[in-house]
Design a protein around this ligand. Structure first.
Ligand SMILES: [Zn+2]
Length: 491
């Protein structure tokens, strides 16, 4: 039994409800202040007046993708040949040296061979379209090339051929991801990883094994291409362990903004293109129907306003079982006419507030005409459409404080202007995105508030998030992260 004293426990039930002492046992909250005053405990933890919230949750990210991102050799901030060589030498214990973000500094196969000859070296250029290889790497992919620099098609073919990560490597990546997330105050996340690495079974066992060592409440979406493997695995849907559950079937309706494949009502500026349905409509509908036949829910990637409208109509035609909720991922643009339909559907939307600060105003320059609604979070909330906060890491840094900041201020990093401020959320609502609301898709309703009977997953900050000044959101505010009553991070 643990008593947590001198804290400011924000229950998230009401904005002004704060307790100062909390008792926990067996990973569960037993009560606060007066009601627990006389109960003896084994351990007392002094929180030094810090502010405590229900554990932050990231509703859409890629845990393994993020782990790979933080463990690979990152050359984005390396501007000289010597520094590239130094970075490689620091990593020479690895079986294969794979770096991303290399700025074309004129390094050749011969230069790389002089530094590391016995292990394959792959430098992926910053534009993602070119690669520089040493002789050992060229040999592995069966190419002979005078300077080791491959571009476009040839580079892409080589990337397809790269050896897969071993299970041990995946476990290391996942551990790194969990550790970094703990430091950001994150106690759980809904992740899409089961397709992109070593297949459903092995990737699932990577999670299962790592979660026995490191606590993190993990909810895994199942990419539609893995459904057959899921069925033959014999696993049940939803809860597997207190730290692992299987969720909705991930499918893609349209593409992305940067490639102009998000499906828009109005054409992209200066073109007659509207984006596309990436799987083709027939295959998409077929996949959705199969999901229903299996009694599962859908998690649909959709970016464009026309795409969102199409998806809403399809979900109306092919609804889930009563009591189930589908999830829509992204939905940054919307037509006004889609909202009445969306609010009637059993859905939640995973939003990424950081996309606003990263993508505006550039994204708007792609359009011939602005969409009716732009990152319409307040509209979604006011209309009773459930929204959940997320980062889509490694696309954005999975620091919920950045997401909260962007939900409140809606300010672009590029031009420092606020966009559609009428769609801004209050600090209380912004914190709810990553706490209370982030659990809309979870099986058990025992997280998201600080209350008796809820799990003891906690995120602690040095300051009160409801009264923080704008510039303070960028500071290091996380003091402690607790999962299952265990301290997993302490500043
Ligand atoms: Zn994603």
């Amino acid at each position: 039994m643990k008593k947590w004293i001198h804290g400011n426990f924000h229950t998230m039930i009401r904005e002004d409800e704060v307790f100062h002492t909390m008792l926990t046992d067996n990973g569960v909250i037993l009560g606060f202040d007066d009601e627990i005053q006389h109960i003896p405990c084994d351990e007392i933890i002094d929180l030094h007046d810090h502010h405590v919230y229900p554990g932050f949750v990231d509703a859409h990210l890629h845990l393994l993708g993020y782990g790979r991102f933080i463990t690979l050799i990152d050359l984005r901030n390396v501007y000289s040949k010597d520094r590239v060589f130094k970075a490689l030498l620091e990593n020479r214990h690895k079986d294969m040296l794979y770096a991303e973000g290399y700025r074309d500094l004129g390094i050749t196969k011969q230069d790389l061979d002089a530094v590391i000859a016995d292990k394959p070296v792959f430098l992926r250029h910053l534009d993602y379209h070119s690669l520089t290889l040493n002789s050992s790497a060229l040999k592995i992919v069966g190419l002979s090339n005078s300077n080791g620099i491959l571009r476009e098609e040839e580079a892409m073919r080589v990337l397809q051929q790269l050896p897969k990560h071993t299970k041990e490597e995946l476990k290391v990546m996942l551990k790194h991801a969990f550790k970094q997330l703990h430091a950001y105050g994150v106690t759980g996340g809904d992740s899409d990883d089961l397709y992109y690495f070593n297949g459903f079974a092995e990737t699932f066992s990577v999670f299962d094994e790592v979660l026995k060592e490191i606590p993190f409440r993990t909810h895994l979406l199942m990419h539609h291409e893995t459904i057959t493997d899921y069925l033959s695995s014999g696993k049940s849907w939803n809860e597997q362990t207190p730290f692992l559950e299987l969720g909705a079937v991930k499918m893609f309706y349209d593409g992305t903004m940067s490639s102009k494949t998000a499906l828009m009502r109005d054409s992209y500026r200066g073109t007659d293109q509207y984006g596309e349905i990436v799987m083709g409509k027939e295959k998409f509908v077929e996949t959705l129907k199969r999901t229903r036949t299996l009694g599962l829910t859908a998690a649909i990637h959709v970016i464009g306003d026309q795409g969102l409208d199409d998806v809403a109509h399809l979900l109306k035609s092919y609804p889930p079982k009563p009591g189930q909720k589908d999830r829509i991922i992204h939905a940054p643009w919307a037509m006004k006419s889609t909202i009445p339909l969306l609010k009637k559907l059993p859905i939640t939307i995973d939003i990424q507030p950081q996309f606003l600060s990263s993508d505006l105003p550039r994204a708007l320059s792609y359009f011939s005409k602005n969409p009716d609604l732009i990152f319409p979070w307040k509209t979604y909330l006011d209309e009773g459409i459930l929204i959940l906060g997320s980062s889509d890491a490694p696309v954005e840094t999975p620091n919920p404080l950045f997401g909260m900041r962007d939900a409140i201020y809606r300010e672009s990093t590029e031009d420092k202007k606020s966009y559609q401020i009428e769609e801004a959320l209050t600090p209380f609502e912004a914190v709810k995105l990553y706490t209370t609301y982030a659990h809309h898709q979870h099986v058990n309703k025992n997280r998201g508030y600080l209350a008796k009977g809820m799990l003891a997953d906690l995120s602690m900050t040095s300051h009160n998030l409801f009264t923080l000044k704008k510039e303070q959101w960028d500071e290091k505010l996380i003091e402690m992260t607790v999962i299952d009553e265990r301290i997993v991070y302490k500043r």
